[in-house]
Write a protein that binds this ligand. Sequence first.
Ligand SMILES: NC(=O)c1ccc[n+]([C@@H]2O[C@H](COP(=O)([O-])OP(=O)(O)OC[C@H]3O[C@@H](n4cnc5c(N)ncnc54)[C@H](OP(=O)(O)O)[C@@H]3O)[C@@H](O)[C@H]2O)c1
Length: 276
Amino acid sequence: MRVLIVGGSGHLGRQLVRCATKDGHQVAATYRTRPHQISGAEKHQLDLRDQQQTERLIERIDPQLIINTAFQQGDWISTAVAPANLAQALRDRSVRLVHVSSDAVFSGDAIHYRETATPDPVTPYGAAKAAAETATTAVHPSAVIARTSLIIGHGSSSHERFVHALATGQQPGTLFSDDIRCPVHVDDLAAALLELGVGNRSGIHHLAGADAISRYELGLLIAQRDDPATSGLRHGSRTDANIRGPVDVRLDSTETQQGLRTQLRGAREFLKPAPG
Ligand SMILES: NC(=O)c1ccc[n+]([C@@H]2O[C@H](COP(=O)([O-])OP(=O)(O)OC[C@H]3O[C@@H](n4cnc5c(N)ncnc54)[C@H](OP(=O)(O)O)[C@@H]3O)[C@@H](O)[C@H]2O)c1
């Protein structure tokens, strides 16, 4: 299959490129500012905010499957509007589209969220992701919307780098013990996104890890896996700190998982220290 990974220079995008290449697909990937992050695939510069550039690239590559991971924190146009530009560029084409979304579309008021839950974002980022879901589905109704949670990898995700900086005292900060998510491993997430992409499903799917854990417990597990020094990790309460945004958001992926071969492991399993 001709597969295009939009945002191929990002943390998730890079793993998608590796995974799709390994599965034997013909892979192209886009970057906006970091071409050096892509290896093993044809690379193309793309700013999704530019409708004409987006349309020209789709015309040139003629992909059969697109997985869109692109977003930019703090940029409404890149996160909310640009995905609609992409969907618009696919009109009159028979292309599978998987759009990556986030648990940030939920406020946390209900704590547990299944695929049927109605988004009620409380941050600009969450609102942008919710808007992107709506626009993508409206323009390309057969799209898969894949919501996920904190993406953890082999040490290079922003979450892991933050924990390393705290644990080694390079950065001050607190990990909240009441800030709960369902982290997912980037390998599992990439495999599941490709599985959904090559299949024939559409609509909303949840791809989060099986364990609901706090940022503090996640930090301890990351520090224990990468370095035994955990003394620099301080815990606190997000509720007491009165920080705006969702506190406890647990994506329930049970229904999506039932139809997948890929197992979405929980953080306690994938961050277990190697024996010996
Ligand atoms: N990270 C998490 O824990 C997490 C949790 C839930 C959901 N998500 C969602 O998962 C997806 C991937 O996250 P990630 O952590 O892999 O992100 P990332 O590492 O920050 O990568 C973002 C990608 O988007 C590209 N990009 C930014 N603005 C763009 C634009 N205007 N046009 C085209 N490309 C643009 C970047 O290109 P350059 O780097 O080349 O500039 C990069 O390839 C996002 O949709 C995010 O909302 C992430």
